[in-house]
Ligand binder design. Structure first.
Ligand SMILES: NC(=O)c1ccc[n+]([C@@H]2O[C@H](COP(=O)([O-])OP(=O)(O)OC[C@H]3O[C@@H](n4cnc5c(N)ncnc54)[C@H](OP(=O)(O)O)[C@@H]3O)[C@@H](O)[C@H]2O)c1
Length: 315
């Protein structure tokens, strides 16, 4: 039997990891959140985890207030501790116990300006040779792309990736984007984008101007239960350690996703595409941050996952 420790167990992803692993008798699950451990305290991490002695540590704990840590120095320091340093403490203790660590990261480690890929065999950036005929470039960042965050939150998550790589041995760094699913049980829980937009859509049905939604920030949604299942699959398949990109298929902007959401939920509210300048926020977001997966079987489309989520939430 494998002893698995899930940290951040009351978070949106953490709660789904608990569901997936506890339903399998091959695993003995320990679920910890802030009440049981503060991962930014190295002494606690070392003592408590060594005592528990798990074979597998899944770290879904994080600081996720992207805008707050951009504008507030103290919050940035907090984010650096939780996202930047703590993963290194977990990696160290995992290495000492010969345990496997799974750590989650984000598309926000990337700049948002991916290089335009060339078709195989095309030597330069000609964009005009015959090899370009019928070639549809996939715009985004694969597992080997060089990170270059454009905001402080992304910097802290990149620090965390580097700390795991420096201090760990048996680790998976799984990058995801735009997580959605059942709201978390934790104190700082935020509703996911789709829940917020459902409420906005219902409230504005009779508003002739409709609702404005940013038609930028192209990336993929990630359904928390699908990511939890994929995590278990990666571990059980003994995939090589390293970086993985796990999202649902179908890159889109926020606007495109809301059009789909309202169609599925039969909400008649008009959805108006706008630029991100209409909703200024402290932290810059990457313009395109699609995570390209070259190492795993792809997950289902976000549209199928969203349909399931709406059905389960009885919407
Ligand atoms: N949400 C997204 O759209 C998104 C996108 C890309 C990547 N990710 C990454 O995906 C992972 C899971 O995100 P999520 O949205 O599921 O997170 P979440 O819902 O915010 O949950 C994080 C959990 O970690 C706990 N936590 C925070 N600081 C802690 C500490 N120092 N020690 C122990 N526990 C602590 C929180 O407890 P409290 O609430 O009590 O503080 C909360 O229960 C994270 O690595 C995140 O960076 C998320």
């Amino acid at each position: 039997m494998q002893k698995v420790l899930i940290i951040g167990a009351k978070g949106m992803l953490g709660q789904e990891l608990v569901n997936v692993f506890k339903n399998d008798k091959d695993y003995k699950v320990t679920a910890w959140d802030f009440g049981q451990i503060d991962i930014s305290d190295e002494v606690q991490v070392k003592e408590k985890i060594t005592k528990l002695s798990p074979n597998l540590i899944l770290n879904a704990a994080a600081y996720n207030a992207v805008d707050l840590c951009e504008k507030d120095k103290a919050e940035f320091e907090k984010a650096k501790k939780i996202n930047g340093k703590a993963p290194g403490y977990l990696a160290k203790v995992a290495k000492k116990m010969d345990a496997t660590l799974v750590h989650y990261s984000t598309d926000y480690v990337f700049s948002g300006l991916p290089e335009l890929p060339e078709p195989a065999g095309c030597g330069g950036s000609c964009s005009s040779c015959s090899l370009h005929e019928g070639f549809v470039p996939q715009l985004g960042f694969d597992e080997n792309a060089i990170p270059e965050p454009v905001q402080k939150y992304g910097q802290t998550k990149l620090m965390g990736e580097e700390a795991v790589q420096k201090n760990g041995e048996k680790y998976y760094i799984i990058r995801l984007s735009k997580l959605f699913g059942k709201p978390a049980k934790s104190k700082t829980a935020k509703k996911s984008f789709f829940d917020v937009m459902l409420a906005v859509g219902k409230k504005n049905v009779s508003n002739v101007d409709g609702v404005k939604v940013v038609d930028e920030e192209t990336s993929c949604f990630t359904y928390a239960p699908d990511l939890a299942k994929k995590t278990k699959e990666i571990i059980e398949a003994n995939k090589p350690f390293g970086i993985y990109h796990v999202t649902n298929e179908g890159a889109c902007t926020w606007h495109q996703a809301v059009v789909e959401l309202y169609r599925m939920a039969k909400i008649k509210t008009k959805v108006v595409p706008v630029s991100s300048d209409e909703f200024p926020r402290p932290a810059q977001r990457p313009y395109v941050s699609t995570l390209i997966n070259t190492r795993l079987n792809p997950m289902r489309s976000y549209k199928l996952a969203l349909r399931e989520y709406l059905k389960k939430s009885k919407i």
